[in-house]
Design a protein around this ligand. Structure first.
Ligand code: ZN
Length: 87
C-alpha cells in the first residue's frame, strides 16, 4: 500500500468560527477527499490568520486511530494548502 493512488480533492472553501475558549477567530480550510471507489472524507485544516496550516483532522477512522491518514497526506501533497499572499 505504498503506491500513491489518485485522490480526488475538492476544495470546500474556507470556514470560520469563534473559538469559545480563546474568543478568537479560527479559520479552517475544508477539503473533500475521495480515493477512487472509496467513501469520500472531509479533511479540515485550521489555518492561522496568515494562512499557515496549524492542525489537520479528518473524519475517517484511520485518523481517529492514528492521528493522521492518507486523506490529509493527499491534501498536503497536492499543495492545496498553499494560500500565502505571495505564494
Ligand atoms: Zn482520512
Amino acid at each position: 500500500m505504498t503506491t500513491h493512488e489518485p485522490m480526488q480533492i475538492e476544495d470546500l472553501g474556507l470556514d470560520s468560527h469563534i473559538d469559545r475558549t480563546h474568543g478568537s477567530l479560527v479559520m479552517a480550510k475544508r477539503f473533500r477527499v475521495c480515493r477512487t471507489g472509496k467513501t469520500p472524507h472531509v479533511v479540515t485544516v485550521e489555518v492561522s490568520h496568515s494562512g499557515a496550516p496549524q492542525s489537520e483532522r479528518c473524519d475517517c477512522r484511520g485518523f481517529q486511530y492514528h492521528g493522521t491518514c492518507a486523506h490529509i497526506t493527499a491534501v498536503i501533497e497536492s499543495g492545496s494548502l498553499a494560500c500565502y499572499p505571495n505564494g
